[in-house]
Design a protein around this ligand. Structure first.
Ligand SMILES: Nc1nc2c(ncn2[C@@H]2O[C@H](COP(=O)(O)OP(=O)(O)OP(=O)(O)O)[C@@H](O)[C@H]2O)c(=O)[nH]1
Length: 555
């Protein structure tokens, strides 16, 4: 058996009971095999889900043996191998620290440089991965090396531009795509590939042969045009490229063609004449897209070239060809970072159908070859968020809600507006508006400053503050707030506890809670705590009623 990971199964375990570890393969971590996160809210599998995810080290090497599960892009083979050695160095650590990731980071840096990524790009990549990895919260059930895989993946996606960069089409008249590039990079082939791609999208196309220096290029375009079934406009080798382009566009307009693709001359190197000619063609047809075709085999040079062309003529993006070759991937990784321009398409072969939009996320996954680990970490993050929310809800209900929870919750509000989700989980209380969430977010800093100066004991047991004026005074002094504001914060916490308990009692049929009033008072307390309004009542000290409740004299 290929068992490489141990995972405590939960599906058959009663909530809260850990079943005996069952050996399973990494395949078990496929999202479909993970507990449905929403089931926590329905109380099905409950908080055991995360424990279920607590697997020891997942043997990354196993993926190689499992056929069909991981598609490794050969082009990135070396880079992938270099990264693997980084993960392997983290075996057995409990969390990612600056110290323990130093060595793996060196491996990643080396792997990037070997893939022909430029030194500055590799350096800034390492810096941001280090920063994010060290600051990452430990997710129960997820191994530190898996978390690092996720961080590296996310940073790779960002490095390559984040989002897919779609072709832009003209609002009226034909869309003009001007293609430029050095000789032999695959520009003429790209003309046909693009036409084929656009035809599949239902757009009519015309190719314009403006490469007048190489007669064979015109013939090649004519043949390719015929192959993909699109007309090719040409005036031979005597006319000026800018005139050919202008006339071609006129013809396309008269035929109501959707897209005109202009093939321009390639040179052996960037020269003044080439740039001038491109500028002229650009001026003549005002293209919607100016795409520079670059060869992936040229690595970081391709990235520098995109930058240079952009500086000289202004381009909208790049098309990276020959990704099927044995290039090392440096171009794909560096173009956006070096030039600021996105890769819009990649060519993966000589056939007209071998062109596809560039998806940074898919490319990153190809590089890492770890789609399974990534979706596992994402699922675990999701489960953790759900569990935290559920845990917090329980605390509120059981009147154990303390300042630590309060702080955690207010921070969560700032991050994701989860207050609405918690409230939303309670029947009849799903009316939190985005404006209320924004208001709550504004309060975070204000409350945090007071909670931050409380002692660990005070945070755990808000009663200490409720009973001691001295403590409240100290918190006020240390946080730069008034004693009254501290009292109000303490009072607010107890009011919240009491209301939740009352509501729970109501839900159990002892009383009928007034949901509207509850929402109103929570809202006004939030405003009040932000120091934006007048206090509703005068508090020299906490109210008797709150103290009684806290001590259990009142319900
Ligand atoms: N393997 C592979 N070969 C490609 C790809 N794109 C183009 N080629 C090949 O690269 C060679 C050059 O392609 P062309 O389209 O003629 O290049 P060009 O940039 O138009 O060249 P010039 O007209 O000389 O400027 C041809 O043999 C193509 O078949 C690709 O994505 N993968």
């Amino acid at each position: 058996m290929e068992a490489t990971a141990t995972l405590t199964t939960l599906s058959s375990s009663p909530a809260g009971v850990r079943s005996s570890p069952a050996r399973t393969t990494v395949a078990s971590l496929h999202p479909r095999r993970l507990p449905d996160p929403a089931s926590h809210l329905r109380g099905a599998q409950g908080p055991t889900a995360l424990r279920a995810l607590s697997s020891p080290f997942l043997g990354f090497s196993s993926r190689r043996r499992r056929s069909g599960m991981v598609v490794r892009a050969e082009m990135f083979g070396q880079l992938t191998t270099g990264l693997e050695s980084a993960w392997n160095k983290l075996r057995g650590v409990d969390r990612l620290t600056k110290e323990n990731i130093a060595e793996p980071m060196r491996d990643i840096r080396r792997a990037l440089l070997e893939a022909d990524v430029s030194v500055p790009v590799a350096r800034s990549f390492i810096e941001s991965v280090t920063e994010k990895a060290v600051g990452t919260d430990v997710i129960p059930g997820v191994q530190p090396e898996q978390q690092l895989v996720k961080v590296v993946n996310d940073e790779l996606v960002q490095l390559m531009g984040g989002e897919v960069s779609d072709l832009v089409f003209a609002k009226t008249g034909p869309t003009v795509i001007l293609l430029a590039g050095l000789q032999g990079v695959g520009k003429t082939t790209v003309c046909a590939k693009l036409a084929f791609y656009l035809k599949k999208m239902g757009k009519s196309c015309m190719l314009v042969a403006a490469d007048v220096y190489r007669p064979a290029a015109i013939d090649q375009l004519a043949i390719l045009g015929k192959k993909v079934g699109v007309p090719v406009y040409s005036e031979g080798t005597e006319a000026k490229p800018s005139d050919i382009a202008k006339n071609g566009l006129k013809e396309a307009k008269s035929k109501k063609t959707d897209v005109v693709i202009v093939d321009t001359a390639g040179r052996l190197q960037v020269d003044k004449a080439m740039m001038n000619e491109l500028r002229e063609v650009k001026k003549a047809v005002k293209p919607t897209e100016v795409l520079l075709v670059v060869d992936a085999m040229t690595g970081q040079e391709a990235a520098a070239l995109v930058g240079a062309f952009n500086g000289e003529v202004g381009i909208t993006g790049a098309i990276l060809t020959k990704l099927d070759g044995d290039s090392r991937g440096g171009a794909a990784l560096s173009i956006k970072e070096v030039s600021g321009k996105p890769i819009k398409f990649v060519g993966r072969g000589e056939r007209v159908e071998d062109l596809e939009p560039f998806y940074p996320d898919r490319m990153a996954q190809r590089i890492l070859g770890m789609g399974d680990v990534l979706s596992f970490v994402e699922q675990a993050q999701q489960v953790m968020r759900q569990e935290e929310a559920e845990e917090l809800q329980k605390k509120i209900m059981s009147a154990k809600f303390n300042f630590n929870d309060f702080l955690k919750q207010t921070k969560a509000i700032a991050q994701m507006g989860s207050f609405s989700r918690i409230i939303g989980m309670i029947p009849g209380m799903n009316k939190v508006t985005p404006a209320q969430i924004r208001e709550a977010e504004k309060n975070v800093k204000f409350m945090e400053s007071m909670i931050n100066v409380m002692t660990a004991d005070e945070r755990e047991k808000p009663e200490l503050l409720a009973e001691s004026r001295e403590r409240r005074r100290r918190v006020a002094k240390d946080s730069g707030k008034t004693e009254q504001q501290v009292s109000q914060l303490v009072s607010q916490l107890f009011q919240m506890r009491a209301r939740m308990q009352k509501m729970m009692a109501g839900m159990q049929g002892k009383d009928t809670p007034d949901m509207e009033n509850l929402m109103e008072s929570i809202k006004s307390e939030e405003q009040f705590a932000a120091g934006t309004g007048q206090p509703r009542r005068k508090y020299g000290n906490l109210r008797r009623r709150d103290l009684d409740r806290m001590r259990g004299y009142r319900r």
